[in-house]
Design a protein around this ligand. Structure first.
Ligand code: HQG
Length: 163
């Protein structure tokens, strides 16, 4: 739902939604055993609540984290005064120089909780936590979005907002 949907021939609409019937058929044609019930269980039980089903029950999309270009159509929100970004120590020199960039994803991901940032950073190596002066950024005109599953998103974080 976020990376290479074309690998199974799935098409996402401009807002990232795919037909559930089509997803199930295309997955099963390639050897998965996906059913509507299993899909609903995955959506309900996913620890990070990565997925959402449309109100009419026919479509599914990921709440954030896409590498494909889609428009989540989230309204900009005022962020808390500070947020955290978890990264790996080996990236720090480059981040100090260049700020935070989204790499292959559409946004830089920030969290309200220190523990979440630590987990995210630990995926890449020895974790390092950066504090982002999100309040000051917002007052300076940077836009922030809050995904359906509670991840704060922004385009880039210039280095001078990082501690
Ligand atoms: C780093 C997972 C060098 C950045 C997680 C990060 C999260 C730079 C890496 C979500 C840099 C990109 C997102 C710069 C940024 N120089 N390195 N200038 N700017 N970086 O995976 O934030 O399981 O794309 O610090 O839990 O780690 O997918 O982003 O280390 O919520 O749902 O470049 O992905 O969620 O890595 O993780 P990623 P992320 P899911």
């Amino acid at each position: 739902m976020r990376h290479q949907p074309e690998e199974i021939g799935l098409t996402l609409d401009r807002n990232g939604w795919a037909s559930i019937d089509e997803l199930i058929a295309l997955s099963n044609a390639r050897g998965s055993r996906l059913s509507r019930t299993l899909l609903e269980t995955i959506v309900a039980e996913c620890e990070k609540q990565r997925f959402a089903i449309s109100e009419d029950g026919t479509k599914i999309r990921a709440n954030q984290g896409h590498s494909v270009a889609i428009e989540l159509e989230l309204a900009p929100q005022t962020p808390p005064e500070q947020l955290y970004h978890g990264t790996a120590t080996r990236f720090l020199d480059s981040i100090r120089e260049n700020g935070l960039h989204a790499a292959s994803r559409q946004h830089v991901h920030l969290s309200l909780e220190l523990a979440t940032a630590e987990k995210v950073g630990g995926r890449h190596g020895k974790p390092a936590i950066l504090t982002v002066e999100s309040g000051r950024m917002a007052r300076d005109g940077h836009l922030f979005y809050l995904s359906e599953n509670g991840v704060w998103l922004t385009d880039t974080v210039p280095a001078h907002y990082l501690r």
